[in-house]
Design a protein around this ligand. Sequence first.
Ligand SMILES: NC(=O)c1ccc[n+]([C@@H]2O[C@H](COP(=O)([O-])OP(=O)(O)OC[C@H]3O[C@@H](n4cnc5c(N)ncnc54)[C@H](O)[C@@H]3O)[C@@H](O)[C@H]2O)c1
Ligand SMILES: O=C(O)CC[C@@H](O)C(=O)O
Length: 387
Amino acid sequence: MYQIKTINKISPSGLTRFAPGEFQYGDEIENPDAFIVRSASLHEVELPASLKAIARAGAGVNNIPVDKCSEEGIVVFNTPGANANGVKELLIAALILSSRNVLDAVAWAKTLKGQGADVPKLVEKGKKQFVGPEIAGKKLGVIGLGAIGVKVANAAHALGMEVYGYDPYLSVEAAWGISQGIHHAASLNVIYEQCDYITIHVPLTPETRGTFNAESIAAMKKGVRLFNLARGELAVPADIVEALKSGQVASYVVDFPCDELLDVPGVIPIPHLGASTPESEDNCAAMAADELIALLKTGAIRNSINFPNVDMPLSSPARVTVIHKNVPNMLSQITACFANAGINIDNIIDKSKKEMAYTIIDAADKKLDAVADALRAVDGVIRVRVI
Ligand SMILES: NC(=O)c1ccc[n+]([C@@H]2O[C@H](COP(=O)([O-])OP(=O)(O)OC[C@H]3O[C@@H](n4cnc5c(N)ncnc54)[C@H](O)[C@@H]3O)[C@@H](O)[C@H]2O)c1
Ligand SMILES: O=C(O)CC[C@@H](O)C(=O)O
């Protein structure tokens, strides 16, 4: 029976996909075949020898030691697009909350408690301090046009904003989804120079860390409004504080608040609610569970961060999967293990992704233990499974 360890609370929409009798899941599972996790950091967690996969029920994988997993032959999955609508809707709310100073205005209105019949008069007198611009007709820059960025760009365009998108690694699939009328920004500077509102939807990588910093903010329009529902580390908090003080930035909405920002005027700290909708939680959990079920039961890899997508219909009595380094001469050594054992290969598929590769071999003979041992002895082979 396959063992799935849940880390964080995972929606039942995902967990109920693990058929009883075939899978066991829970947060106390020992010797797990797989982890299913949301935002908990696994960087300090020991990865047991039994672990074959980690499914991140969400998009960002900066909480997972991906390189270490690759070295140990652990397949890391995420759930692309499964929570994109949740984040898009929060971003649209954030655009308006920030622009119209709604949160400060609500907090001020509450201070009028106790003023009795004077409240309506005080409201009308005081409201002018919260006047803020409409978003229609204003320019929005979207940095990162993936699952979320494309939805944000299209929705803002539909609300009458003039939208500029920047993504040097735009996928063909994402490109198909971008509404006509979204401007292509060839560089970040186009976004900085043109836009009244700038939102970032990229993964946290060495390249993207600190994108909103003193230098980039200085290149932006005075009074720009910034939105970061992606990861806190994409901005430098001290630089944001300075820019808010000087008025260079009018407001900063962040879904990953840190202590330094909590009491700064102009900051709207949201407690990581981007994907906190029943729909997003269900979608992510279901997709993550399906990815683990496919890997554990058939060896198929779908939506992996560190391994190629590989699938092959199962048409033979036995299957072996081999995780190996993407170096010369691996395939001939793998097939030689079968030839030396006198076992015919019915079907074989091999794909690579950067330094890693994955091979699925279907064979007519079920007695594959000796072949598996021979495969494990090949230099460059990381993990062998007989399914
Ligand atoms: N607040 C939340 O709850 C929440 C929820 C989901 C995702 N996120 C964050 O949002 C990020 C984006 O999510 P997604 O689902 O759109 O991911 P995605 O992988 O679909 O899209 C990311 C896009 O960023 C682009 N990109 C990468 N590096 C870039 C760079 N240097 N400059 C410009 N573009 C770059 C990629 O080409 C890709 O199109 C996630 O990595 C995660 O950190 C937050
Ligand atoms: O699980 C969550 O609530 C947030 C997930 C989000 O940060 C993501 O990267 O998908």
